[in-house]
Design a protein around this ligand. Structure first.
Ligand code: LLP
Length: 425
């Protein structure tokens, strides 16, 4: 059963009606299901049971402390991309020994912070980054565990803004330069070369490009082995894509099948060429852990008919959910209490002063002013990409556990927004 379902004509999350949550906490409101979150995490963790594997949740997808806390307690590690995210992991009780640090632009201060915290690995993306990390580690009298993010030049066939594995992307070390870069890393005095990683893109519904990337990483591990550079882990990057519900959308491959196919290749390779040596497998899924656990709940402020288009103006906006305008992403909109009656085709838009402020286009909905709408599958890259544009306070966040609702982020106040600013003397 989906954790979001209609019961007595009202959309519920687990055992609670969204109408009740809107009344209690106001709108716009992000609402998450705890059961869905844990089920999504288990989809990766369970097929890995009994193996040396680590699921490092890519917390950029949703970094609320309550979500991190739940995942940490379930055994998750974390994929971070900033010192700020590391602070969140620590504040949520996460284990720094299960943290991997990705990103092309790590500062010295962030490297120092991560070295002192004792993270599992730095996913390094360039030669200058190797030198910087070596310098910081030397200054602290520490050794930095390093993996190289290799760019396998595989076409992930996803939106150009979220494809990362091609030569034209800023990410990673080119496959052809990887060996030389590993040699450099191995020569640096304060680095321990421990792994290899890649991330070819996000929202991949098919696992074929990921398996192709795996094959290329395996090839490189063999080459490195022959050179005396022995890696302990292989990090395959982000997770499988998810279903947003658009008509004609392909089904994502089930996570369990994907994990099984990865292991089939790894096991065959270990038996044949890697002399059975163990290798830890790391995953960095974000979207598939949180995406379908959350909805963005909003209220219809006005219905504005027009000669070319009808607008449904809601109290959420592009500052709350950037995916539609940024990626032309299709997000499903459901009425919380569906009405009988003739549907009208609307563009669902927010109050922000930009034509790009739209959440959904050309949706047939039977609506009245004051109705509640839920944007489905909004748990990933929703709140974390929200802004205060137009001095809008960001949405509150609620996590539902059965019939209990927990406010996990209260609504901001305008006083808080302007508190950091000063007028001239
Ligand atoms: N690892 C690395 C190094 C990444 O850059 C990302 C996502 C992930 C893992 C997690 O990938 P996932 O499992 O979520 O596909 N804001 C965009 C998505 C940007 C993804 C950035 N990197 C969106 O809303 O579609």
């Amino acid at each position: 059963m989906s954790h979001f379902h209609y019961q007595d004509g009202v959309l519920h999350v687990e055992a609670l009606p969204l109408t009740q949550l809107a009344e209690q906490f106001g709108t716009p409101l992000y609402v998450y299901s705890k059961a869905a979150l844990l089920a999504n995490f288990d989809a990766y963790a369970q097929p890995c049971a009994g193996r040396d594997a680590l699921v490092c949740y890519a917390m950029k997808a949703n970094s609320n402390l309550a979500i991190l806390d739940l995942l940490a307690r379930r055994g998750a590690g974390f994929d971070i991309v900033s010192g700020g995210e590391l602070q969140r992991v620590l504040a949520a009780g996460g284990d720094p020994g299960k943290v991997i640090f990705s990103g092309v632009g790590k500062t010295e201060a962030e490297m120092e912070q991560a070295l002192l915290a004792g993270i599992l690995c730095f996913n390094v993306e360039s030669i200058p980054e190797l030198h910087r990390l070596n310098g910081v580690a030397a200054r602290l009298g520490k050794r930095a565990p390093v993996s190289l993010r290799v760019n396998p030049n595989v076409d992930a066939k996803t939106h150009p803004y979220i494809a990362t594995g091609l030569k034209a992307n800023k990410f990673g070390v080119a496959f052809d330069d990887a060996l030389a870069t590993y040699r450099t890393a191995a020569r640096l005095s304060h680095l321990d070369v421990v792994g290899i990683d890649c991330h070819i893109g996000s929202q991949l519904l098919d696992d074929a490009p990921l398996l192709e990337a795996l094959d290329k990483l395996i090839e490189l591990i063999d080459t490195l082995d022959a050179e005396g550079i022995h890696l302990h882990h292989l990090d395959i990057g982000g997770g499988i894509g998810i279903q947003y519900g658009e008509a004609g959308e392909a089904d994502p491959v089930p996570v369990a099948d994907y994990v099984q196919r990865l292991y089939a290749r790894i096991d065959a390779w270990r038996a044949a060429r890697h002399q059975g040596k163990p290798i830890k497998l790391i995953f960095e899924p974000g979207r598939s852990i949180v995406g379908n656990t959350g909805v963005l709940l909003m209220k219809v402020e006005f219905l504005k008919p027009g000669s070319e288009k009808n607008f449904c103006i809601v109290d959420a906006a592009m500052n709350d959910m950037k995916r539609p305008t940024l990626y032309q992403a299709w997000m499903e909109i459901k009425p919380v209490v569906p009405r009988a009656g003739v549907a009208t085709v609307y563009d669902v838009v927010g109050p922000v002063c930009e034509s790009g402020d739209w959440l959904a286009r050309e949706r047939a909905l039977a609506l009245d002013q004051g109705d509640l709408l839920a944007m489905m599958t909004a748990g990933a890259y929703g709140m974390t990409m929200a802004s205060n544009y137009n001095t809008r306070t960001r949405a509150a966040e609620v996590l539902v556990d059965g019939d209990q609702a927990h406010l996990i982020r209260r609504r901001e106040t305008v006083a808080e927004l302007i508190a950091l600013e000063s007028r001239l003397p």
